[in-house]
Design a protein around this ligand. Structure first.
Ligand code: AMP
Length: 196
């Protein structure tokens, strides 16, 4: 059966992380997206987990669309060839907006502050009703646990609504993550992304 979504953005680290499980998951996710016919939208880099997921998706015959700010072309070194598209944009904000526009859903794979920024921003846009695209956080080697604890603490302190828990789903591994995306209700394409 064709996948209900066409493209998924993956936010992930420009480093590999200390635990090899993160690299294993990045490769499995790249392969899994390609096998399901989902286009990978990502930050366009060839370094760390970003490079791993892009190469795995391309090796499995998938489509890969990178979006990278011009000033990061040197530091994040896009993969040399084979990308379906590599868009060079003028700023970090343009990158996030463009990745949002290109994607029907979002996955936060392991990463650092940049990954966290991207995950939180997409959740705040959803909290504001600017979109209802599915968001899944992958909990590889416990990566998502401190974030979950922070959200729970903010709910307990009365700064986040109880419904904040439903802004994203948590997946313990790549197969569950892909299953959650397949089962997610279709996003409403009429929502006001123009207000981003
Ligand atoms: P990191 O998780 O810190 O390794 O970063 C992962 C990706 O997020 C890299 O491509 C960074 O360039 C990107 N990134 C870092 N900060 C931001 C930001 N404020 N907005 C958008 N992307 C960012």
């Amino acid at each position: 059966m064709p996948h209900p979504l066409r493209s998924v953005a993956v936010f992930c680290g420009s480093r590999f992380g200390a635990d090899p499980a993160h690299g294993v998951a990045a490769r499995a996710l790249g392969t899994g997206l390609a096998e399901q016919g989902l286009k990978l939208v990502y930050g366009g880099g060839g370094v760390g987990l970003m490079g791993e997921i892009a190469s795995a998706a391309l090796a499995a015959g998938g489509a890969v669309h990178g979006v990278i700010p011009d000033f990061l072309l040197r530091a994040e070194r896009p993969p040399p060839s084979g990308m379906t598209a590599l868009e060079v944009v003028p700023s970090m904000h343009a990158r996030k907006t463009r990745m949002f526009e290109l994607s029907d859903g979002f996955i936060a794979l392991s990463g650092g502050l940049g990954t966290l920024d991207e995950l939180v921003e997409i959740l705040t846009w959803r909290q504001l009703g600017l979109h209802d695209k599915p968001v899944v956080a992958l909990d590889i080697a416990g990566w998502a646990q401190p974030f979950l604890a922070l959200v729970e603490a903010m709910i307990g302190q009365g700064f986040v609504a109880e419904s904040g828990r439903r802004l994203f789903q948590l997946a313990p591994d790549v197969p569950e993550c892909l299953a959650l995306l397949r089962a997610a209700p279709l996003p409403d394409s009429a929502m006001p992304a123009a207000r981003l």
